[in-house]
Design a protein around this ligand. Structure first.
Ligand SMILES: CC(C)(COP(=O)(O)OP(=O)(O)OC[C@H]1O[C@@H](n2cnc3c(N)ncnc32)[C@H](O)[C@@H]1OP(=O)(O)O)[C@@H](O)C(=O)NCCC(=O)NCCS
Length: 179
């Protein structure tokens, strides 16, 4: 099957100048495991990298279920040049934080895709697609204080650290919020 044929079997959420964001699907297991099982990509992840495909399968099932339940969620990201190759995941997950319904902005990319502005471009595209449909839901991100690339990206996207230094109750990550 050609890359274009494979891509056409996916549900496109949105496109940007260089990227295509699609709904995660069951056969994305290897991409989920490649990205979430890589120690480098999960250096600041409080749960560490996935140990096996079973963990990735569970995560992927969650991604798929989020879309079915909420009509929004994390997306698989590919370049328009290589649409069959998933380089990362970005999107918005609807959840409850401190009793408030919020979006969690997510980005996790394979190291070969870092430093090219893809995470920023995909995040902007995901927010532009989803936020008009959910205008009252604030965007937040939970970021380990030492994860400087992620904090820099969040701030470039207009998310600022909580002025009172609030952290999430489970993992102690800094709560960032879109102003
Ligand atoms: C966090 C993460 C997504 C950031 O990726 P990134 O590639 O550094 O982020 P961006 O997409 O914003 O790329 C930014 C860099 O690309 C550069 N760049 C190159 N071409 C660009 C372009 N066309 N447009 C924009 N930026 C471009 C920018 O100068 C920028 O460098 P700078 O931050 O030093 O100024 C990445 O480090 C990652 O996946 N980490 C592991 C997972 C993780 O920690 N996720 C966050 C959990 S909270």
């Amino acid at each position: 099957m050609t890359a274009t044929e494979q891509q056409s079997r996916r549900t496109v959420v949105t496109v940007s100048e260089r990227l295509v964001l699609t709904r995660p699907q069951e056969d994305d297991l290897e991409a989920v495991f490649a990205i979430h099982g890589d120690p480098e990509t999960n250096r600041y992840n409080p749960h560490g990298p996935h140990r096996d495909r079973a963990q990735s399968r569970e995560m992927l099932a969650g991604f798929v279920a989020d879309w079915e339940r909420d009509g929004v969620g994390y997306c698989a990201v590919s370049t328009r040049a290589e649409p069959a190759e998933i380089i990362g995941f970005t999107g918005l997950y609807l959840h409850t934080l401190d009793g408030e319904r919020v979006f969690n902005l997510y980005y996790r990319y394979r190291p070969s895709a870092w430093g090219l502005g893809y995470a920023a471009e995909a995040s902007r595209a995901a927010m532009a697609e989803a936020l008009p449909r959910f205008p009252d839901v604030p965007v937040t991100a939970l970021i380990h204080a030492d994860n400087l690339p992620s904090r820099r990206l969040a701030e470039r996207l207009g998310l600022v650290p909580d002025p009172d230094g609030r952290t999430d109750p489970q993992e102690g990550r800094l709560i960032h919020r879109k102003a």
